[in-house]
Design a protein around this ligand. Structure first.
Ligand SMILES: CC(C)(COP(=O)(O)OP(=O)(O)OC[C@H]1O[C@@H](n2cnc3c(N)ncnc32)[C@H](O)[C@@H]1OP(=O)(O)O)[C@@H](O)C(=O)NCCC(=O)NCCS
Length: 334
């Protein structure tokens, strides 16, 4: 067995489709208004794909960006872990589709389904293969085309989501970087929350039929208030527990990157964890909730805005359908 090393993120790539859909654009599609959306969610606009664009296509563009930034070729990748709730199709996995498209000829891979928590699940899963010494280059990808599963007539969900992709590369920490990389994580599921956010049609329970389509079962169904209450409570709990477990306070954290589902959830968590507002990364105003892509998109904004620098402690947190949830503590390594 090779030496055990912590996993660190060494590169990031991002992609959002060029089409911007503003709240005012949505006013023409459903009965809603800009002020309601901004007050309740913090979202001003989001990016939507042209119909028929699959998640793998966004992912490949984000990965191309990553490979260029890291200066490596796709055939150096050993494992591809894809977080998505909108795979191109049930099978083959989106990891297989991506592997073929980017010609990552030496890689194996698989998909992870944990909705809005899936990027953090994928990150900690990918990290295990670095820490075990089995792999030296693991690609963790979050990509979702939420518009492929949104009901265009449902104002309660249509306004919330956007499309996008992000990818990070995990590599082992070098000698002398013992305090860097992914330091700790905690994940949970609470399946009793499944009834509050789900897509009932299309799987083995309700195989696609005229009836499932007529009943709009192939779209996202959500009890927004139940999800909101759980998300606030769980994200606060996981974040404060992670700090306490590592003998840290909010002052020790350089950057807080939460899943971007609702500005009010992010703000409430940051306040409870004692995180100063300038440390809290927010990009929901321009992307909405891009499910598996929100965390890598937010990492990119944090770096660009000079809010995430080498040596910073960064706290990631997410809650999603399932319910799924997770928290990751890392020391940024580049
Ligand atoms: C969806 C969400 C923004 C709704 O906000 P809310 O404050 O809970 O609003 P409510 O659902 O109580 O709706 C309040 C009113 O606004 C109306 N409304 C709902 N969507 C609307 C829209 N897009 N535009 C205008 N009005 C709307 C409702 O019909 C309701 O009207 P009523 O009082 O006459 O019945 C909020 O619940 C939320 O963010 N939930 C979590 C979602 C989430 O994080 N999902 C992803 C999981 S990671």
């Amino acid at each position: 067995m090779a030496n055990k090393r912590r996993a660190k993120i060494t590169a990031l790539g991002r992609y959002v489709p060029p089409r911007v859909v503003t709240n005012h654009d949505l006013e023409k599609m459903v009965e809603t208004n800009h002020n309601w959306i901004v007050e309740r969610t913090g979202i001003h606009e989001r990016h939507w794909v042209e119909k028929g664009t699959p998640s793998s296509e966004l992912a490949v563009k984000a990965i191309d960006d990553l490979l260029k930034r890291r200066g490596i070729e796709a055939d150096e990748i050993e494992l591809i872990v894809v977080a998505t709730v909108t795979p191109d199709m049930f099978f083959p996995s989106t990891a297989c589709v991506i592997q073929n498209k980017i010609r990552a000829t030496r890689a194996w891979g698989f998909d992870i389904s944990a909705a809005c928590s899936s990027f953090l699940y994928a990150l900690t899963t990918g990290a295990q293969f670095i820490e075990s010494g089995q792999h030296k280059k693991v690609l963790v990808v979050g990509s979702d085309v939420m518009t492929s599963i949104l009901n265009p007539e449902d104002r309660t969900t249509l306004i919330l989501f956007g499309d996008g992709a992000g990818a990070v590369l995990l590599e082992p920490c070098e000698e002398g970087e013992e305090d860097y990389g992914i330091l700790d994580y905690h994940h949970e599921i609470d399946g009793s929350g499944g009834e509050h956010l789900f897509m009932p049609g299309g799987g083995s329970l309700n195989p696609p039929s005229h009836e499932t389509v007529d009943k709009k079962m192939h779209y996202v169904h959500q009890n927004g208030q139940a999800v909101f209450k759980f998300a606030v409570r769980k994200m606060e709990e996981l974040s404060t527990n992670m700090l306490a477990k590592n003998n840290l306070t909010g002052d020790d954290i350089g950057c807080f990157i939460a899943h971007q589902a609702n500005l009010r959830i992010i703000d409430a968590t940051a306040k409870k964890a004692g995180l100063a507002p300038e440390k809290v990364i927010k990009n929901i105003h321009k992307y909405g909730n891009t499910t598996a892509a929100t965390i890598p998109l937010a990492i990119g904004d944090a770096i660009e805005d000079g809010k995430l620098k080498k040596g910073d402690l960064v706290l990631f947190a997410a809650v999603g359908a399932g319910f799924t949830s997770g928290c990751v503590l890392a020391r940024w390594a580049y």
